[in-house]
Ligand binder design. Structure first.
Ligand SMILES: [Zn+2]
Length: 435
């Protein structure tokens, strides 16, 4: 049992309860109790008691669109297609089991330190990512980069094999979805087969859609429809599908997302950095679509810090539409927690009894939380969305296991993980002839 007391508790539950001086109690991998004041139930002597005075307790963050990182800072000034063709595809073709493991373990550790408890990672070498997620302790939904065979990425057979080998491992923390790279590398038949495979396996789908105008035009030229229309026609959309980016959605495509209850990962920093544009997030939300938040890849966001991305997610819409009411603080915090959990079908993203024990504890007594009116919930949300960054993360708990405490990894030496990731990058760059 873990008993967290004296905290400002942001539950993100249906009533959006906030308890000032409240408690959260975790038993095994579930939340046992949440409420005002101290916990009054029985506490065994073996319980881990955390005095969270001066701290905020809230659900862990869900990074809804994620690629294990290899080349942060190497291609900062090129467009999407060029970055894919010059670096991303060569680098993921040159992976091996050890590199994939080292890159993933470093990325997951970095995310845990930033308060992220779940990643939705599309990458390759899924058994090695699963090993890394198991070692890191993070909750991970993994998917392959499936494309037509000529592109030398993954095939649906890889997804099927990975599902058999990895789905449900790590005490159920690790799942496998069917991943589709982007539609210019696919065909209608491949998308239909992917949808069929996901149905047969009873699992989800992770797909890039409508990320750039170039993608929309390429798909229109080649297939006569827009990307989201093509995905809809193939039966790929649905409540278990996460569509990433969706920057250039037509009204019709927003309606297709709504009709099919597809979730969208809004990745505003990646979209801005690659010059792809600004997603119509307020229109998606107004249509009732479940919208979460993702960093995409460290190549395109240069960070795993979802606090940074929350801030940008809100502000870029206000700048674009000259409207300071858009995506308020409590909404963007909800997008990065509860909406992400819902998109992945997880019982996470809110502190309510029976939900998964994916919880973070944040320092409130830092300059970025000053001044702070006592007992003012709006102020807490505001500082989280607009003032904070990941340096406030003290503790990260996934599935009831404390993985970060006092701002450091409990089970790993971060410097050693960094060293191995840096070594791996050198090997990879040589392999793809870039250094
Ligand atoms: Zn992506």
């Amino acid at each position: 049992m873990i008993v967290i007391e004296n905290a400002t508790v942001l539950t993100l539950n249906d009533a959006d309860d906030v308890h000032f001086g409240g408690h959260v109690v975790l038993m095994d991998n579930r939340i046992l109790a949440v409420g005002d004041g101290p916990f009054t139930g029985p506490i065994p002597a073996s319980a881990d008691r955390i005095d969270a005075a001066g701290m905020i307790v809230m659900p862990g963050l869900v990074d809804l669109h994620y690629h294990t990182a290899v080349g942060k800072g190497l291609y900062d000034h090129v467009a999407l297609r060029e970055s894919l063709e010059r670096f991303w595809y060569p680098s993921i073709r040159a992976l091996d089991a050890d590199l994939a493991y080292d890159f993933a373990l470093h990325g997951y550790a970095d995310s845990l330190l930033a308060g992220v408890t779940t990643v939705n990672d599309m990458y390759r070498c899924l058994p090695d990512l699963a090993r890394a997620a198991d070692a890191a302790g993070i909750r991970a939904v993994l998917s392959n980069d499936v494309a037509l065979e000529e592109h030398r990425l993954d095939q649906l057979s890889d997804a099927k094999e990975a599902f058999g080998a990895c789905h449900g491992t790590g005490d159920g923390r690790i799942e496998v979805f069917v991943g589709i790279e982007w539609l210019p590398l696919t065909s209608p038949e491949l998308l239909q087969e992917a949808a069929e495979l996901a149905r047969t396996l009873d699992t989800g789908v992770h797909v890039h859609l409508n990320e750039s105008l170039d993608e929309v035009e390429t798909v229109r030229r080649r297939f006569g429809v827009r990307p989201t229309e093509m995905a809809f026609d193939a039966g790929l959309l649905g409540p278990k599908t996460v569509a990433a980016h969706c920057v250039w959605l037509s009204d019709h495509e927003i309606d297709l997302m709504r009709q099919t209850a597809t979730s969208i990962s809004y990745n505003p920093i990646s979209n801005a950095k690659l010059g792809n544009g600004i997603a119509r997030a307020p229109d998606m939300i107004a249509a009732g679509i479940n919208v979460g938040i993702g960093h995409d890849a460290a190549e395109s966001s240069n960070t795993h810090d979802l606090f940074e991305i929350m801030k940008f997610a809100s502000l870029v819409q206000r700048a674009d539409r000259q409207d300071s009411m858009l995506i308020p603080a409590d909404q963007v915090v909800r997008m990065a927690t509860r909406n992400g959990g819902r998109a992945l079908g997880h019982e996470s993203g809110q502190l309510s009894p029976g939900r998964l024990a994916d919880v973070i504890i944040l320092h409130k007594e830092r300059a970025m939380f000053t001044p702070l009116l006592p007992g003012d919930r709006r102020h807490v949300y505001s500082h989280l969305a607009y003032a904070a960054n990941s340096s406030i993360v003290d503790t990260t708990i996934v599935d009831g296991r404390i993985l970060v405490r006092g701002g450091s990894l409990v089970e790993h030496d971060y410097q050693e993980l960094r060293r191995r990731a840096n070594e791996g990058l050198k090997i990879l760059m040589k392999r793809i002839d870039l250094c």
